[in-house]
Design a protein around this ligand. Structure first.
Ligand code: NAP
Length: 294
């Protein structure tokens, strides 16, 4: 059953384009208080104006480059300050949507493989930092936008930064698998209360993701492939469904507004625990300290 989301507070990363912008527009249009996150100030202003012009809704945007953990930490503080300003103490919904592809092997200034830093560690750290205010909500939900690309790969525990072998698609698939295993483990660890965690497969969506951190052949191939994709609004439908349905049903991995099985590897419990513990370490969270920020 669709619920009134007019009272809900929502944070959406990567809300300046594609699936994130479409999700932010729809949820703000339905009355939720949306805080969008983008990496570029001007693109944040454009997104805010677009949402206001399309729906009449007021949103707030925060700028943070999620490659750097120090920025993720600052972002979490800024989100809490904005919510307080808005008279809100809790967060109902966190949508970890920001994502990127890099054709080249690059390390962030903090020494982390860039796709791993943005696509996996940033959602992991942001969720940890926002957990206390999520748990104050009566029905907190965390969504992480994954992909069909999570299939046919494994977690490279022997080479987590992909130093020995890197491919653009291989690194992307690695992070999208992390997204599913992170959501499954979050549900196992925090699902005893009302918290629900979901990994979303939006389908093939006509966005520019494959043309941003790439160039040459990768960019060309993506532009051809994306032509056959659905619109960002259609791609946002599962996020909207999970954000707005009361008791949306069991299942971690969702596509086309319904749960479907994720890959066999992604359902391995021991590896999900291992990834969780490694991610805690890589985000300087004390062992077992996820969600405890005092
Ligand atoms: N498109 C598809 O077919 C498809 C399929 C499966 C899964 N997905 C997933 O869907 C999610 C959204 O992708 P999309 O296709 O909508 O692509 P998109 O239009 O490029 O959106 C990605 C968003 O993430 C932001 N972003 C990228 N790097 C960032 C960083 N370092 N710090 C902060 N924000 C950053 C982008 O900012 P800018 O606007 O400044 O670039 C943008 O807002 C991703 O997680 C992607 O893996 C997409």
């Amino acid at each position: 059953m669709v619920q009134d989301i007019g009272e809900k507070t929502v944070v959406i990363t990567g809300a300046t384009s594609g699936i994130g912008l479409a999700t932010a527009t729809e949820l703000a249009g339905r009355g939720a208080y949306v805080i969008g996150v983008g990496r570029d100030k001007q693109r944040c202003s454009h997104a805010k104006e677009h949402i206001a012009a399309t729906t009449g809704a007021r949103t707030d945007f925060l700028t943070a480059d999620l490659r750097m953990q120090k920025n993720v930490r600052q972002l979490a503080e800024d989100i809490q300050a904005l919510l307080m300003e808005h008279g809100e103490k809790n967060l109902d919904l966190l949508i970890n949507n920001a994502g990127m592809i890099s054709a080249w092997y690059t390390l962030t200034d903090e020494g982390l493989e860039t796709q791993f830093a943005v696509n996996h560690l940033a959602p992991f750290l942001l969720t940890h930092l926002l957990m206390p205010i999520l748990l104050k909500s009566s029905e907190p939900r965390v969504l992480t936008v994954s992909s069909k690309s999570h299939r046919g790969t494994r977690i490279r525990f022997d080479d987590i930064m992909l130093k020995k072998s890197y491919s653009c698609l291989g690194a992307y698939k690695h992070t999208k698998l992390c997204n599913v295993m992170f959501m499954a483990e979050l549900q196992r660890r925090f699902g005893n209360g009302n918290l629900r965690a979901f990994a979303v497969d939006p389908g093939l969506v006509r966005t520019e993701i494959g043309m941003k951190g790439t160039g040459g052949l990768v960019s060309f191939v993506w532009s051809m492939r994306a032509r056959g994709g659905i619109t960002p609004e259609q791609g946002a439908s599962t996020c909207i469904h999970l954000a707005s349905h009361e008791g949306p049903g069991e299942g971690i991995y969702w596509k086309d507004c319904a749960p479907i099985p994720s890959s066999g590897y992604s359902r391995r419990v021991a590896e999900a625990k291992q990834l969780w513990e490694l991610s805690e370490k890589m985000c300087a969270i004390p062992p077992g300290g996820f969600g405890k920020t005092d």
